[in-house]
Design a protein around this ligand. Structure first.
Ligand SMILES: [Fe+2]
Length: 135
């Protein structure tokens, strides 16, 4: 999910990476929990979603979450701070930080609308997306 969100909000996003990122976000939102609960069909969808997100970020690149998560993982590799957990810790804070920029806020809001989070303004939708990312 972090790969897709960061690719979508990246300053290098483009017409080719946006659909990949948004579709990955939609799929992960739908299939992550059933996958965790053992649904094998959902696990296949998660494999597809991670590949779509990878295609998006391979072209749009990533953001501050990954900048910090890579450093954290390297510094505390003996402490078992796995990459995905580091991303999950940083993502809500980075969303709030990045959303100070109107273009980023609009993109976070579009993500929130895309997965049917509640909110009427970019600020409310961005706030909803930062809370949803920690659920
Ligand atoms: Fe990553």
């Amino acid at each position: 999910m972090t790969h897709a969100i960061e690719a979508y909000v990246s300053t290098l996003h483009c017409e080719y990476t946006d659909p990949l990122a948004l579709h990955a976000i939609e799929m992960i939102n739908q299939y992550l929990i059933p996958s965790y609960n053992g649904d094998m069909g959902a696990r296949k969808k998660m494999h597809d979603a991670q590949c779509l997100a990878g295609m998006a970020f391979s072209n749009a690149l990533l953001g501050i979450v990954h900048s910090m998560a890579h450093k954290t993982g390297a510094a505390y590799s003996g402490g078992h701070i796995v990459h995905g957990c580091a991303n999950a810790m940083y993502l809500p804070k980075v969303i709030k930080f990045n959303a100070r920029e109107p273009e980023a806020a609009a993109r976070y809001a579009k993500i929130a609308k895309y997965i049917h989070l509640e909110g009427n303004t970019d600020e409310e939708l961005t706030d909803a997306s930062s809370h949803a990312s920690v659920k």
